[in-house]
Design a protein around this ligand. Structure first.
Ligand SMILES: Nc1ncnc2c1ncn2[C@@H]1O[C@H](COP(=O)(O)OP(=O)(O)OP(=O)(O)O)[C@@H](O)[C@H]1O
Length: 255
């Protein structure tokens, strides 16, 4: 379980997150939704400790993260974000092996156990055939698969996804989210596409101006009323006649 209590973040006296309370249960796949600039990435960055919160508490199970080392945090939590360009080049396999670094001391060698985990992670994301390729030669979608494999290689209980499918075509978006869903671990994902959120998340946290506007099941949160409050657009939730699968259709208010 991850618990946020009264989490706040201010930068240059501007309040970015304002007293966020959130409880993420084990096995949840939580979508964080909200308009541009509402604080989704900042919230996740506080959880994965790239940003230092200004106030409040974050707990992993019963442990206050202020008392956890960065290395111990990395054993618990892996991250996939939307920015995957690096100014250096490694093979795909070496990139994935970096996921083992929280478990290593300086100059420790990779064990056959580490190598098996890396190969299994590449298998899981369907990219084993890419293992000897240079990372920089991959397409954006392929890079995202490698970064997910690196996260899996960390063997963390929690996975944070910061708008991970933004640059992916629809097939790659669905494939990425299918892999994530089938991991059966706890996932917190900032998601722009409400249809992806509807399809894959079991809970949704809606934020606006750094505050939680709604938190609950996707049926409770992805509603025309809340969508209008968040984004200022009209919407309709449509259920497919055959499958019952729901999707959202949008129009601008004045159209
Ligand atoms: N390092 C920073 N310095 C100053 N302002 C920042 C910093 N990081 C984030 N912000 C501001 O905090 C607000 C929230 O940004 P954040 O990236 O968390 O929003 P978001 O909901 O993820 O947005 P988007 O959907 O556009 O990616 C924005 O107004 C942003 O400009």
């Amino acid at each position: 379980m991850i618990k946020l209590e009264n989490l706040s973040l201010s930068i240059d006296r501007i309040n970015i997150l304002n007293g966020i309370d959130l409880k993420i249960d084990k096995g949840d796949l939580i979508g964080i939704i909200g308009p541009n600039g509402s604080g989704k990435s900042s919230l996740l960055r506080c959880i994965y400790r790239v940003m230092k919160k200004s106030g409040g508490k974050i707990y992993f199970e019963d442990k206050d993260i202020d008392n956890l080392s960065i290395k111990d945090t990395s054993k618990k939590l892996a991250v996939v974000s939307q920015h995957n360009e690096y100014n250096f080049d490694f093979t795909v396999f070496d990139m994935v092996m970096m996921g083992r670094s929280p478990y290593k001391k300086f100059l420790d060698k990779d064990t056959s156990y580490d190598i098996d985990i890396a190969l299994n992670s590449l298998e899981t994301v369907g990219m084993i055939d890419f293992k000897d390729r240079n990372y920089s030669s991959l397409s954006g979608g392929e890079k995202q698969g490698v970064i997910l494999a690196r996260a899996l290689c960390q063997k963390a209980e929690y996975l944070v996804l910061d708008e991970p499918t933004n640059h992916l075509d629809i097939k790659h978006q669905l494939e990425f989210m299918e892999v994530v869903k089938n991991l059966n671990i706890t996932v917190i994902a900032a998601i722009h596409d409400l249809n992806i959120a509807l399809k894959y998340c079991n809970k949704i946290c809606a934020i606006k101006e750094g505050k939680v506007v709604a938190y609950g099941t996707k049926e409770e949160v992805i509603t025309p009323k809340i969508i209008s409050k968040l984004f200022g657009v009209n919407s309709k939730i449509i259920a497919d006649d055959e499958t019952g699968i729901k999707s959202v259709a949008f129009t601008l208010n004045h159209i």
